[in-house]
Design a protein around this ligand. Structure first.
Ligand code: ADP
Ligand code: MG
Length: 558
């Protein structure tokens, strides 16, 4: 038997592959299972055009076996198999993808189910294995062949015994090293969790024998170890199902299974888009903010799948910052993945999806505001602050997304109201949206500045969070109405006009001069006011920065 050398480039590539392409060793299993699934898909496509093949769903599966003694992990599929030549070209030449060629040759337009395209995934096996044996019998062939390699040095191919069509891949798992635990890849529970994580939605059953402690028959307290073959993966992802097949409970259950949060989601959004870019998404609006939500530690992002295979845990590009609280996932066939399938080539598609999702999230929140006020207020309590940060941070882009989602406490309604509701109620002749700032509603209520405005029957929005006024200033106007603080110097209440011009009596002038003398650096001016009712005095400000904003700014580190 002659040992075939990998081509020179392949040798170097293989080294690179084993050592640096993947960030986690555990993905070798994802790659081998994806190949097995592709091989079964190919049988499926063959059956579509070849009447002599009947595709019996139950004949097709992927089987995982563990032999701890021999340190062997085996992945068997009932797919299309490989001929001797295919073993040599597909496994002997790195970056050669038989699957990509299959898609092209068969002109499978809708071939986006087939996962392989780069021709490197297979070699991920060498991240955890000292040697790899591939036994394969191709569909329509009489003889099976065995490919064997211990890594970069090369491979051998020879005839072998194999009854059924398909492929069996046997990995001899490495011995543990000081800082690397390889034994884990021989533990069925660990393998189960890797399969669940990356390959849960592979469309064919992934079976494994699992041992379980069960009550002995007829006994109440005696257990025995039973070995049972189990299907590990869920197969049909919930997001590929039709909305009409699913209940609210199904979505809540999925939220819990995915550990998106410890809370219950307030609502979910299930999207299926078949346009320029095809994708499905399930998004959740949580009920409560995670403990680290308003800190730098919080990482936004959605899970990203390509054809049911997990690519990224947190794709941050899929969500704008102001909707960073949204949980869920996106699955798309149309992503250009990079070679490790952990990252994306370029983000044009992602930004298209992001735009689309942002619009849907906004619509969903507006719907909640209209139809279920109590729920929306719960949401707003948890995440309203983030919306206001959104207005403040990227005002140009976010204004349209966010202005209708804001709520503030109203002096007349005694509850949270939206800007639209305020403007709707504006009195004839009222030009501006009045607001007042302070630490609490009760404190604002007692401000001398609010009295006159209220007296005139105008509604005032109470801003009690430090971000509020910054956000309002950024908004500048809502539906053509500008915002005005009740503390600003030039409050447009009609009879205020003559404050400045009206001549002061000598006595008044004297008093004001003395007050200015005492308050010196603390005030710019002291003057007579008509805005006061029951209070003797109040503070107003002239410039853009209000007294409350000054307080916030002075607390910020330089
Ligand atoms: P990719 O899946 O991106 O094509 P891989 O390195 O994972 O690259 O696999 C290389 C090729 O080997 C595949 O394209 C396929 O033609 C072939 N192959 C790998 N595993 C199997 C398998 N289990 N059954 C049939 N063919 C396989
Ligand atoms: Mg592959």
């Amino acid at each position: 038997m002659v040992m075939q050398q990998f081509e020179a480039e392949s040798k170097r590539l293989l080294d690179l592959m084993i050592n640096s392409i993947y960030s986690k060793r555990e993905v070798f299993l994802r790659e081998l299972i994806s190949n097995a699934s592709d091989a079964i898909d190919k049988m499926y496509y063959k059956a579509l055009t070849d009447d002599s093949i009947t595709f019996n769903q139950s004949d097709y599966y992927i089987k995982i076996d563990v032999d701890k003694e021999k340190r062997q992990l085996t992945i068997t599929d009932t797919g299309i198999g490989m001929t001797k030549e295919e073993l040599a070209t597909n496994l002997g030449v790195i970056a050669k993808s038989g699957s990509l060629a299959f898609k092209n040759e068969n002109e499978i337009k809708d071939g986006h189910d087939i996962i392989g395209q780069f021709g490197v995934g297979f070699y991920a096996a060498f991240m955890v294995a000292d040697s790899v044996t591939v036994k394969s019998k191709a569909h329509g062939a009489d003889q099976a062949y065995q490919w064997y390699s211990e890594g970069a040095e090369g491979y051998t191919i020879e005839p072998c015994d194999k009854e059924t069509v398909g492929t069996t891949i046997i990995l001899t798992i490495k011995e543990n090293e000081e800082d690397e635990d390889y034994d884990q890849y021989l533990e069925t529970y660990r393998l189960q969790s890797i399969i669940k994580k990356y390959s849960d939605f592979i469309r064919y059953p992934i079976k494994m024998e699992m041992s379980e402690q069960k009550l002995k028959e007829g006994s109440k307290d005696e257990y025995e170890t039973v070995i049972e073959e189990k299907t590990i993966n869920s197969m049909v992802p919930i997001w590929k199902k039709n909305k009409t097949e699913l209940t609210d409970e199904d979505y809540v259950k999925f939220y819990e299974e995915k550990h998106y949060g410890f809370d219950q989601p307030l609502t979910h959004i299930h999207i299926s888009v078949d346009g320029n870019i095809r994708y499905q998404a399930i998004l959740y609006i949580p009920e409560t903010a995670p403990f680290n939500y308003y800190s730098a530690e919080y990482e936004k992002g959605l899970e990203l799948y390509s054809n049911g295979v997990l690519i990224m845990n947190k794709a941050s590009e899929l969500l704008p910052d102001h909707f960073s609280f949204v949980k869920g996932l996106v699955d798309s066939e149309d992503l250009s993945l990079n070679i490790s399938r952990e990252m994306l080539q370029h983000d044009r598609q992602l930004s298209l999806i992001e735009k689309n999702l942002t619009r849907k999230i906004k619509q969903e929140l507006l719907k909640m505001l209209r139809n279920d006020r109590g729920k929306y207020e719960k949401f707003y309590k948890a995440f309203g602050r983030q919306l206001k940060f959104g207005v403040y941070n990227n005002f140009g882009q976010n204004k349209d997304d966010l202005q209708d989602l804001l709520l503030f406490y109203s002096s007349t309604e005694k509850k949270l109201v939206s800007l639209a509701e305020y403007v709707e109620r504006m009195k004839e002749g009222q030009e501006v949206i009045y607001y007042a700032t302070g630490e609490t509603n009760a404190r604002i209520e007692r401000l001398p500045q609010t009295e006159m405005v209220q007296e005139k029957g105008f509604e005032i929005l109470y801003l009690t969070e430090d971000i509020d006024e910054f956000a309002i200033k950024m908004l500048n106007e809502y539906k053509g109405k500008t915002f005005k603080s009740v503390s600003s110097g030039d409050l447009d209440l009609n009879d205020e006009q003559d404050e400045k011009e009206e001549k002061l009596t000598d006595e008044e002038k004297n008093l004001f001069d003395q007050m200015k003398e005492v308050l010196k650096d603390k005030v710019t001016d002291v003057r007579r006011s008509k805005r006061l009712k029951s209070h003797p005095v109040c503070l107003t400000n002239e410039g853009e920065i209000s007294i409350e904003m000054e307080k916030v700014l002075s607390m910020m580190p330089d």
